[in-house]
Each structure stands twice: as structure tokens, then as C-alpha cells.
Design a protein around this ligand. Structure first.
Ligand code: SAM
Length: 279
């Protein structure tokens, strides 16, 4: 069954064995090129856990590719049935096709293609927020994914990507989120839009800075908080630091110039959320 453009109708199952199948090429394009992700509004997430996370959180699935192992796996079959019921095209593929799509020798048994979701800036509501994390020009997809995962773990309200950031829907970033991408709201803001938001933020705007004179543990954090983190190479520029009501530093001994961005974000987040987290 095909639609008017000749593509198989959604909500169907299709077997694919050829690496040159147009859908395989389309998915490979989403894995390798940001341009393809931006133009289509789609992205690729590998693994059954991410598929179940995406479905549970109500994200739209375009394709779900299942390798041979998934055919005998009840969780994978339930995910496929749920995705199909929501209009996804289920692709039954061999391991070679899965490896080609993901460019991995040992691919996961399930690979999904999902519609990107971003939170519009005007939907960011400080009145309902715990803490939002703002990342100034984050460059490393692994750092970004790790921060999204940590944001999820501490119950943060979301992550703002300020200025020219790495793509949160790149495969490496998605992988590092371990599924938290589907649970943590993400917003993209220009530097000016961030400055405007920070200026009217009703709570603390906490910047982490290597030149901060305040120990991050000495503040009495209240919510809603806005935690601003600097770029991996350049840190926080002066105009961004000027947006903050507090500039804090995480003490260090030893020879390291600074902490890794994701590590510093985790340390600050656990302190900000300390009163609200218990075992
Ligand atoms: N060369 C950069 C600089 O001069 O800031 C290093 C940037 S660091 C890798 C990335 C970000 O992590 C910093 O901008 C800051 O937000 C945070 N960070 C890292 N170590 C920190 C520390 N000890 N105290 C406060 N923030 C820190």
C-alpha cells in the first residue's frame, strides 16, 4: 500500500533487505547530517529502551526498524504494535541494514525515527519551574546528552540551548541522554532572547564561573532557579555573566583548569535541588 507520493502508507509493516532502499537512505541521512534533521524535523534514536520511553511520553514515531532479535522479543513487539497503532511504519530489517543505518558493527535491535519536539520560549513558565538550565553555546553532543540526563534525574524543568549550540537531536547527544531526551523539555533561544528572559526571571539566576568569588554551596537556593553554564572553551562571556544575580564557583584543588561542563552542571544541580531530593 502506498500513498500519493509512492511511500508506503503509515501504520503498515514493510520488509527491507536492501541497503539502497530509499527509506534506509533517508534514515542514514538523519543519522549523519544535521541539515537533514533540520529540514525534516526528524531524528534517530537507537534502542528498545528509547523506543519505549518515546512511546510512553507520547512522542510521534515515523519509523520503527526492528532487527531479527526484536521479532522474538515481547517488549519490542509491544512497542511495534503501539507505534503502528499511532501511524508509524514498522520496518522489518536484517542486522546488516540496522548496522548500515546506525553505522555501528553491533547495532541495537530497534532503531526509531521520531519527530523533534521543542518547547517554544513563550511556553517557559517560571511560575511552575523548579530549575531551568541554560547552556551557552554548548558544543559537545556528549556533554549536552549527559546534562539532559542529569536534568531528568534531579527533576529540572528543562534545558535552554542559548545561541549556536550543538544539535540535541544528533545521534551522539540522543545516545548520551539514555532516554531522558523524551522527558526533559528543550528550548532554543538566541542570546538576546535569553537575556530578555533572564531579566524578567522571578527567581535566582545563577551563573557558574571560574572567576566567581562565591562558593556554590554557600547560597540558599530557592526556586524557580535559572542555572547558566558557560561554553566548553570560552566559559561565560561578560555580557552573559552580567545577566546573573549570583556568580558561583565550584572549588577545585589540583592542576585541572576547570571541570567538564556536564560534571559542573551536575554538581550545581544537585546543590540547587538538594532540599527536594531524598532516597
Ligand atoms: N576555559 C573555560 C573558562 O575559562 O571558563 C572553561 C570552561 S568549563 C570547561 C565550562 C563551564 O563549566 C564553565 O563556563 C562553567 O560554567 C562551568 N565550570 C567548570 N568548572 C567550574 C568551576 N570550578 N566552577 C564554576 N563553574 C565551572
Amino acid at each position: 500500500m502506498t500513498d500519493q507520493s509512492g511511500r508506503p502508507r503509515v501504520g503498515a509493516v514493510k520488509q527491507i533487505t536492501s541497503h539502497s532502499n530509499p527509506i534506509v537512505k533517508e534514515i542514514k541521512g538523519l543519522v549523519t547530517l544535521r541539515k537533514h534533521r533540520s529540514q525534516s524535523g526528524l531524528f534517530v534514536a537507537e534502542g528498545l529502551k528509547l523506543a519505549t520511553d518515546a512511546l510512553a511520553a507520547g512522542w510521534s514515531v515515523r519509523y520503527l526498524a526492528l532487527g531479527p532479535e526484536a521479532r522474538d522479543n515481547p517488549v519490542a513487539q509491544r512497542a511495534a504494535a503501539s507505534a503502528k497503532a499511532r501511524g508509524a511504519l514498522i520496518l522489518e530489517v536484517n542486522t546488516g541494514v540496522l548496522a548500515a543505518i546506525t553505522r555501528r558493527d553491533n547495532p541495537q535491535m530497534v532503531v526509531g525515527v521520531y519527530e523533534q519536539q521543542l518547547t517554544p520560549v513563550d511556553a517557559i513558565d517560571p511560575a511552575r519551574a523548579t530549575v531551568w538550565i541554560a547552556l551557552d553555546r554548548v558544543r559537545d553532543p556528549g556533554n549536552l546528552g549527559t546534562i539532559i540526563r542529569t536534568a531528568d534525574a534531579v527533576g529540572a524543568s528543562g534545558v535552554m540551548l542559548v545561541g549556536d549550540c550543538t544539535d540535541p537531536f544528533a545521534v551522539e547527544a540522543v545516545r548520551a541522554t539514555m532516554g531522558s531526551l523524551f522527558h526533559v523539555p528543550l528550548a532554543r533561544l538566541s542570546t538576546d532572547a535569553f537575556k530578555a528572559l533572564a531579566a524578567k526571571w522571578p527567581g535566582m539566576v545563577v551563573g557558574t564561573h571560574l572567576e566567581g568569588s562565591v562558593d556554590y554551596r554557600s547560597l540558599d537556593y530557592s526556586e524557580p532557579a535559572l542555572l547558566l553554564m558557560g561554553n566548553e572553551q570560552q566559559g561565560l562571556p561578560a555580557d552573559m555573566a552580567a545577566c546573573c544575580s549570583h556568580l558561583v564557583r565550584i572549588p577545585q584543588v589540583g592542576q585541572a583548569d576547570s571541570l567538564n561542563l556536564a560534571v559542573a552542571t551536575g554538581i550545581a544541580l544537585y546543590e540547587i535541588r538538594r532540599k527536594h531530593l531524598s532516597l
